[in-house]
Design a binder for this molecule. Structure first.
Ligand code: ZN
Length: 409
């Protein structure tokens, strides 16, 4: 790890988020001198596309608020920082929705915790991941807390966007907004060089085809199977055209998404369990051994439950990623077709994009992009993945037959 990363403490986990990082550091610093809690902004909203690190940013901020070191808040080394990042700080609660929405029960839990004073920490911090999954009822209950927050309570909400579909307008208006951006190719490449020790050329190529997702860039750079997966999903752009290949390709995609999710989580789950164990080991609370063991078992069970409820969401994110890649392929073809010079989504697939452009009209390519977006929506509405993909390849196939295949037709 480079010294630059070490100096940034917990914030070293953020990539290409300079403005947000600075705001959070400033806020955490001024929160230190705020003994009454009256100056503090009690509700924050972190938005950003998948992979930008919105929930990581929220957690870093939670650590900075609780940090007990004399230096910059969020040192990453004190007990408060390590337990916050490890998920065992008593006054930092992470709420991750069960399945598709945050239940009324989950919401009552949030409201209940929000009303408590911190026990050992400086603040009572509640991180609501996927706040876009709040039901209307749950959002209203949360709004009451946000409108009249207890002095020492801070609520951190995470959502993809501030779109009213993701977040109620009233709730959004009560929060200070921290918009994370898609990290630049350069900043992603830099992380791969500094943290993963990759050579610059390899890092840059992986970053350029990662769609702004650091974790994905790392996998593309280091894991051959990840590169294969990407190739396979991009190949669907061409396979979907032929009736004989389309459905088989869609079926293979479903299989590869399942396999990819499994592999992806194997690593993450292990890492989380490790972090939990480290933070449990570091917590000398003076309780009896039996009590500690019981507590540990409970925490591990909690972790497993969190991991399980996250699986559904993860599979979706992965599918989303694949579909965005695919839409990017047709977008590149459309740019080519229209003679536009905009930056390609897949700079390494220029030949394939040109081939697609040669086989249908710009209108046909637009139809393809539409078909991909419709598939995304269908899956969001719980349509079975295989069916949604079948419908998608059918529409794509149609976009390569007359009238679309005749220019201007
Ligand atoms: Zn610290």
């Amino acid at each position: 790890m480079s010294t630059e990363v070490a100096e940034r403490g917990v914030f070293g986990r953020l990539v290409g988020q300079h403005d947000v990082e600075q705001s959070l550091r400033d806020a955490a610093l001024s929160a230190r001198g705020d003994s009454s809690g009256s100056e503090m902004t009690h509700a924050w909203l972190f938005t950003g596309p998948p992979g930008s690190g919105r929930s990581v940013a929220a957690l870093c901020f939670a650590a900075a608020l609780q940090c007990t070191s004399d230096g910059a808040p969020g040192c990453g080394e004190c007990h408060a920082c390590t337990t916050t990042m490890g998920g065992t700080h008593g006054d930092v609660r992470r709420i991750i929705p069960d399945g598709l929405s945050i239940s009324v029960k989950g919401m009552r839990e949030i409201v209940n915790i929000a009303s408590r004073r911190p026990t050992t920490g400086r603040w009572q911090v509640i991180v609501v991941e996927d706040a876009d999954r709040l039901t209307e009822g749950a959002a209203n209950a949360l709004l009451k807390v946000v409108e009249e927050p207890p002095d020492r309570t801070v609520i951190l909400l995470c959502a993809p966007t501030t779109d009213p579909e993701d977040m109620s307008v009233t709730l959004r208006s009560r929060c200070r907004h921290m918009p994370l951006v898609t990290p630049s190719v350069e900043s992603i490449a830099q992380v791969l060089i500094d943290r993963d020790g990759l050579d610059p050329e390899r890092a840059r190529i992986a970053a350029s085809i990662s769609g702004g997702h650091v974790g994905r860039a790392r996998r593309l750079a280091t894991d051959e199977s990840a590169r294969d997966e990407r190739q396979r999903s991009l190949r669907l752009a061409a396979d979907a055209i032929g009736a004989s290949t389309a459905y088989k390709a869609a079926e293979n995609l479903v299989k590869s998404i399942e396999a990819d999710t499994k592999a992806f989580y194997a690593e993450l789950k292990e890492q989380e369990l490790e972090e939990l164990k480290v933070s449990l080991g570091g917590g000398g609370t003076g309780k009896g051994t039996a009590g500690t063991l019981r507590g540990s078992a409970g925490l591990i069970k909690d972790l497993e439950a969190r991991q399980k409820s996250r699986d559904t969401r993860a599979r979706r994110d992965l599918l989303d990623r694949t579909l965005i890649d695919l839409a990017g392929m047709y977008r590149d073809a459309l740019s080519y077709s229209l003679g536009s010079t905009s930056t390609a989504t897949h700079p390494d697939m220029a030949r394939q994009a040109a081939e697609l452009a040669a086989r249908t009209s710009p209108e046909g390519l637009l139809k393809c992009i539409e078909a991909v977006l419709e598939c995304r929506e269908a899956v969001d509405f719980n349509v079975k993945l295989q069916w949604a993909l079948d419908a998608m390849v059918a529409s794509i196939g149609a976009a390569f037959r007359p009238p679309f295949s005749r220019s201007g037709g």
